[in-house]
Design a protein around this ligand. Structure first.
Ligand code: GLU
Length: 504
């Protein structure tokens, strides 16, 4: 048994992967995608998915961010098997590793001052040569080191990159064979002069401690990999498989980031805007991974079955984010996948989501639970095929559920204001509707057609007018279905109020 944050880590063999976010902001879609790939890989291989919070940079890490990451993962349904572990709690192991590297001759104390290093860097710049630490302290004798320490001189600990013509080579599961020559790797710092171990060391030490078998992370980690491999080897640890994922870019080919794109890349944003968690997972997984038949819709089990590292592409993926577009506020593919799930999910499940959203907005009417239950489900079913998000039920579908609803200006203009006669026709029609005993598809249609025939106008004008008067919109399901769903009393009231719509 292995101890981790005081908890036991099972020795079960098999795949062990981790999602290792730095808690310096909200969970964004790039981070979520990394988590998803790791989670899928673990589930596919009946392995272990670990959540590790990389909070070594305590100044930039916040509790709020940690909570946001945990909530976001939980909302997405990405359950982890171990953790959250906190990198900061593993400081002892990081120090021990640095000590061991010193003792085994894989690292050394460097007493060069910042001023000296700055000057050398400046000289290299002037000579137009690439700068690399010149290894001044690499071969200090133990006596020299002891003497400097005795003087109380500050030092950093640097990793001793092997000499000679060799290289670090490895096979990335996505990018293939990679190689970096030793001479292109500087003797990098692993412990600051304050005694604080650097991220690169912590990350590798934690992966060793957590017995990570596959490091699946963003392409930006690729630059760290050769140095991490050197650390692994120097510590005598077995190497994991590395799999780096392509970047996600926007249409202008900029890397998607919190800083450039703001909230539209936060998982929380999608939650608030009415995304279903699984729909978001399904969309995100396709940003950089595909099956040979380019399938786009996967249930949880299907995705676990289909997922493999082979399907991750090297080409950067495009997140077609559209700032300023009200309707398509994010990638149209994300919306269409969400719409797919809204249309096809069990109606009871959809009802639970809509209920939660209505409740969150203080709109929930408890009578939908008891006496109006059947009607509520039927109405959701009637309107869901046009909607893209859960939010649309309260926004575009408000007229179906509540007394107060907005009239879309364009619809009002086209279907009501353009025909001044509707001011008298629709209230008259309301009286006819009032007299209908049995309110159903046939009876409502009969009344409308007979009325249009009597006054000698095209039924379309009346139908469009009614639609806008009772729903506030120009499009929707078949009008008679709409009338039945909204109910006789509300339809009658709304038609009677039509003259008010002409008063601006
Ligand atoms: N904490 C790193 C990040 O958030 C993770 C790097 C890794 O997965 O190795 O980018």
């Amino acid at each position: 048994m292995n101890e981790r944050n005081g908890k036991e880590v099972s020795d079960k063999k098999g795949v062990r992967v981790r999602f290792a976010p730095s808690p310096t902001g909200y969970l964004h879609i790039g981070g979520a995608r990394t988590a998803i790939y790791n989670w899928l890989f673990a589930r596919k291989h009946q392995g272990t998915f670990i959540l590790r919070i990389e909070d070594t940079d305590l100044d930039r890490s916040t509790d709020e961010s940690i909570q946001g990451i945990i909530d976001g993962l939980a909302w997405l349904g990405l359950d982890w098997d171990e953790g959250p572990y906190f990198q900061s709690k593993n400081a002892e192991a990081h120090r021990e590793a640095a000590q061991r590297l010193l003792e085994t001759g894989h690292a050394y104390k460097c007493f060069c001052t910042k001023e000296e290093l700055d000057q050398k860097r400046e000289e290299a710049r002037k000579a137009k040569k690439p700068y690399q630490y010149d290894r001044t302290c690499r071969d200090l004798s133990p006596e020299e080191v002891a003497a400097r320490e005795a003087q109380g001189l500050p030092y950093v600990i640097r990793f001793k990159v092997p000499d000679g013509e060799g290289s670090v080579s490895f096979r990335d599961a996505v990018y293939g064979n990679m190689e970096k020559r030793f001479k292109d790797i500087e003797d990098f710092v692993i412990v600051r002069s304050s005694g604080a171990p650097l991220y690169l060391l912590c990350n590798a030490v934690d992966d060793i401690k957590d017995r990570i078998t596959h490091v699946i992370r963003g392409q930006d980690g690729l630059a760290n990999t050769p140095r991490q491999i050197l650390i692994y080897k120097a510590l005598g640890a077995e190497l994991p498989v590395f799999a780096h994922m392509p970047l996600t870019l926007d249409l202008q080919k900029r890397k998607i980031s919190k800083r450039t794109h703001g909230e539209v890349v936060a998982v929380q944003f999608y939650r608030e805007r009415g995304f279903l968690p699984w729909a978001l997972v399904n969309f995100l997984v396709l940003l950089g991974w595909h099956t040979s038949d380019d399938r786009e819709i996967f249930s949880r089990d299907e995705l676990i079955e289909a997922f493999s590292l082979d399907g991750i592409s090297r080409a950067n993926s495009i997140f077609n984010y559209r700032p300023g577009d009200q309707k398509f506020f994010t990638d149209p593919k994300a919306l269409s996948i969400n719409a797919h799930y809204l249309r096809t999910m069990p109606i009871e499940e959809l009802a639970a989501h809509v209920r939660e959203d209505f409740t969150g907005q203080g709109l929930w009417d408890p009578s939908f639970d008891a006496d109006k239950r059947e009607w509520f489900l039927r109405t959701l079913d009637l309107i869901r095929s046009r909607y893209h998000t859960i939010r649309d039920f309260a926004e575009l579908g408000r007229a179906y559920f509540f007394e107060e609803f907005p009239y879309e200006p364009k619809a009002l203009k086209k279907n009501i204001l353009k025909h001044p006669d509707l001011k008298t026709w629709l209230p008259e029609l309301a009286d006819r509707f009032d007299g209908v005993e049995s309110w159903n598809l046939e009876t409502t249609e009969e009344v409308v057609r007979a009325f249009a025939g009597e006054i000698g106008v095209k039924a379309g004008i009346i139908i469009n007018g009614i639609r806008t008067a009772v729903t506030g919109q120009a499009v929707g399901p078949g009008l008679f279905d709409v009338l039945v769903a909204i109910g006789k009393k509300r339809v009658v009231d709304r038609l009677k109020r039509v003259p008010d719509l002409y008063v601006s």
